[in-house]
Design a protein around this ligand. Structure first.
Ligand code: PGA
Length: 242
């Protein structure tokens, strides 16, 4: 069976101004063949980035609200994201779970809303350092998968395993630990659902992490902000698919 193309997703978080379109241009100019690449700028840039990218790279959002239209001050729905040019959306990122108290049920509702509008939903799961130290990582992740993934997910969903202690810290699990978690997730989702690893992915570690069994891509935060850092990771993804 041929492996699916790797998906390299760049999460800009709360970074980026209108002037950042120069970085988008540099990323598009250097894109390798052979990997799927998405970039998730802040909402303020979504429409401009999507127009600029013109289908050469997937532009996605970082969150959404379930529902279509309504009295939800400050919220943006899947239909609005599609209208702005988005083709993908991150849901349940650990920062949203931690800072805004998002529950598994809310994450699932968001993923289902995204799917209903044809957006790829990248659903994030991952354990805290205390949970890993207590030997509970696999149980925590299994519960998050059971609670936050839409039922019957296929290629319209990706799962991102992001150990919370690895996000933005410069630390990563061992390759064996990544393999163990990805195998456990694979046992719960079909082959067509891509499983990404996220947390301190850099040009220096991307190739080895992407070579681990059941790692179908990467969700990249800090290193996605510049073409200089993001393109080597996309390259590693393209090489991994060959
Ligand atoms: P990082 O963030 O690559 O900066 O660790 C990853 C993420 O939060 O998606």
């Amino acid at each position: 069976m041929t492996e699916p193309r790797k998906l390299i997703a760049g999460n800009w978080k709360m970074h980026g101004l209108a002037s950042s379109v120069a970085e988008l241009d540099a990323i598009i100019a250097g894109l390798p063949d052979g990997a799927d690449v998405s970039l998730h700028p802040p909402l303020t840039l979504l429409s401009a980035f999507a127009a600029r990218a013109d289908g050469r790279i997937v532009i996605g959002a970082q969150d959404l609200s379930p529902g279509v239209f309504g009295a939800r001050t400050g919220d943006v729905s899947a239909a609005m994201l599609v209208d702005a040019g988005a083709r993908a959306v991150i849901v349940g990122h650990s920062e949203r779970r931690a800072f805004y108290g998002e529950t598994d049920a809310q994450v699932r509702a968001k993923a289902e809303a995204a799917r209903a509008e044809g957006l790829l939903a990248i659903v994030c799961v991952g354990e805290t350092e205390a949970e890993r130290d207590a030997g509970a990582a696999l149980a925590v992740i299994a519960a998050q998968i059971a609670g936050s993934l839409p039922r019957g997910s296929g290629s319209d969903i990706a799962v991102a395993y992001e150990p919370i202690w690895a996000v933005g810290s410069g630390r990563t699990p061992s390759l064996g630990e990544i393999a163990q978690v990805h195998a456990a997730i694979r046992a719960r989702v079909g082959r067509s659902t891509r499983i990404l690893y996220g947390g301190s992915v850099k040009p220096a570690n991307a190739a080895t992490i992407l070579a681990v069994a059941n790692v179908d891509g990467a969700l990249v935060g800090g290193a996605s902000l510049t073409a200089a850092q993001f393109l080597p990771i996309a390259e590693a993804g393209a090489r991994g698919a060959r």
